[in-house]
Ligand binder design. Sequence first.
Ligand code: MGD
Ligand code: MGD
Ligand code: SF4
Ligand code: MO
Length: 694
Amino acid sequence: MQTTSTPTHCPYCALQCGMNLSPTPEGGVEVTERADFPVNRGALCGKGRTAPEVLSSRVRLTSPLVRSGGTLVPATWDEALDRIAGELARVRAEHGPDALGVFGGGGLTNEKAYTLGKFARVVLGTSQIDYNGRFCMSSAAAGGIKAFGLDRGLPFPMEDIPRTGCVILVGSNLAETMPPSLRFFNELKENGGTLIVVDPRRTKTAEQADLHLMPRPGTDLALALGLLHLVVAEGRVDEEYVRERTSGWEEARAAAMAHWPEYVERITGVSVPQLRETVRMFCEPEAAMVLTARGPEQQSKGTDTVGAWINLCLATGRAGRPLSGYGCLTGQGNGQGGREHGQKADQLPGYRKLDDPAARAHVAAVWGVDPDSLPGPGRSAYELLDALGTDIRSLLLMGSNPVVSAPRAAHIEERLKSLDFLAVCDVVLSETAALADVVLPVTQWAEETGTTTNLEGRVLLRRRALTPPEGVRSDLEVMRELAARLGVEKGFPTDAEEVFEELRRASAGGPADYSGITYRRLAEENGVFWPCPALEGDDAHPGTPRLFLDRFATPDGRARFVPVSHRPTAEEPDDDYPVLLTTGRVVAQYQSGAQTRRVDELNAAAPGPFVELHPRLAARLGAAEGDPVAVVSRRGRAVAPARITTGIRPDTVFMPFHWPGEGRANTLTNPALDPTSRMPEFKVCAVRVENASS
Ligand SMILES: Nc1nc2c(c(=O)[nH]1)N[C@H]1C(S)=C(S)[C@@H](COP(=O)(O)OP(=O)(O)OC[C@H]3O[C@@H](n4cnc5c(=O)[nH]c(N)nc54)[C@H](O)[C@@H]3O)O[C@H]1N2
Ligand SMILES: Nc1nc2c(c(=O)[nH]1)N[C@H]1C(S)=C(S)[C@@H](COP(=O)(O)OP(=O)(O)OC[C@H]3O[C@@H](n4cnc5c(=O)[nH]c(N)nc54)[C@H](O)[C@@H]3O)O[C@H]1N2
Ligand code: SF4
Ligand SMILES: [Mo]
């Protein structure tokens, strides 16, 4: 037990707020202020403040569980690990390595994500690994790679935001999803800058905006194209920048010119005067930014949509210049690092590509295996979950709760139940863990050391602050033990720093190069931005807070315009399903709620699901505030109390997705996938709404 306070970072979102953990007389820890971390300067949201409650043995798992006679019963670690290894070996012998699926999470530390990818490819020999980050920022990642040749959520630190001239915030409700970050936008306004928010709902974030555009869900692509049309029509293109720093302008320009403002107004519901005002506010200042989050990204055309917003930045010279740029607000605690080190279907550590022979050779050498032994790219998250029980017969899951968070969740629940064997590592008995054949209880953030990479690309050190309870082991220990039981004795260290040292070598020379970063530097420097290559001699690379200022990461150094055109959502409303459903978050619950639904204070603030709807729609149903309403889609039916507000479009209803059961939003959502990123269309599907009062 430590007696002094330990500086560390929050277990939840990608802001990775700094906090101190101070010992309590009872032997636990409490969160105290840590003012030296520049992203939050001591401020925390309620989730971060109450995070230690999930460390309590009252709510967490402290013994492995093994299914016996239909129920999960406590077992020893050896029994549980033997059972998993035995089943994995049996399935592999009967059906081949690709019958073994692995599913990871963007909340896992870099060390865990790296080890999970290595475990899948080296120990299991399977190509069938992906993770929940696919459901999160994959469209922005794909868009960034297409345009800039590199995907780092924000290409600049958040502290640049107050000094730019205008920010267009597209589909982010950061007042609820990253509350301490609101400070940067308030400072922007104090400095004379402006904030434009694009959201079909008047959220707490939209209330802060100088201009709020309220498009119909699923039409952000048309909106961005209409703005680019006006930029051209009004002579606001930065011709010199376009000539010197970009390629592909003519095709992108031609595509945008087909999107007349009046046509865009008809598609989006955003009026032509509002479009003109947006262009004026964005183009007049010397510098400006576009930031997207899940609103425009979680669509079956998310990649093209991100491309269209990037085109707007490029045409106006607002990328790769000081205080200007396009950025994606990544979501999960290690949403950035989790997408760089190989738990993604097509990826090797350092953001290398699994189908690149040089990348395979480099990583195979670090791992001490034959490059030809590494499997090829596998399936994306939804496709992997959809294949459970058919060609994938067993699944090892770490850091996700898809029973609540996957699209078309009732179907995915059935797929999980149809597996020969399911093993889940978790800190609590999540809804998905409850379906498992074996559940392993693991250590958490405050009980283990590891690194995360926040939404700015800043690599951070989380330090161990207390001793874990009896009976739990770390994810790294789990993988070491399973590897050993499956015949791989070496290469799976359980010490996080040792794993990080190997990750440094594996990432060296890759796009996300961590080779110049050490635990010692992270402790001393309060985080280091990647890329940070190791240098010859004694010099240390300073890290890279700002990307693209001299050149983009493309072969010719130019940013690439992408020619994109509007297309409808996968499921447009019709007579049977005339209303649009969109989904998202509330401030007091996190994701599937597995952790935050175990905290009393958070449940008091956000006790359950609801359906947000406009008074006109409510009147048509004869529903009053709090009445149960049913939302029905082609996938199923969910029921939750009505929350009536003029702050939503009358053609749209909103549900948060944090709860299982009758009010589960994902019973309804459409798994239509973006063709490039394979992102499901969480943000729009067609529904009908009924009064469910008896
Ligand atoms: N409290 C809390 N904070 C969180 C999380 C959490 O679960 N709870 N999760 C973390 C994670 S992993 C993530 S990814 C982030 C997500 O952070 P955000 O992206 O801010 O969260 P969402 O609520 O999913 O979506 C943002 C907004 O998109 C709007 N929207 C819906 N449809 C559309 C559309 O078609 N176009 C546009 N422009 N907007 C639309 C919604 O009305 C919503 O206000 O939050 C992180 N922080
Ligand atoms: N309708 C709708 N659905 C959505 C979204 C939406 O906007 N709308 N957003 C999507 C997005 S952006 C995301 S990111 C996903 C997230 O959804 P999920 O993938 O379900 O994410 P979490 O609820 O954070 O699940 C993490 C699980 O891992 C456990 N855990 C935490 N730390 C550790 C650890 O260190 N090791 C292990 N082994 N387990 C740990 C937690 O207890 C929890 O059970 O949901 C997606 N689903
Ligand atoms: S904003 Fe995110 S990182 Fe900060 S305290 Fe809240 S959940 Fe934690
Ligand atoms: Mo996310």
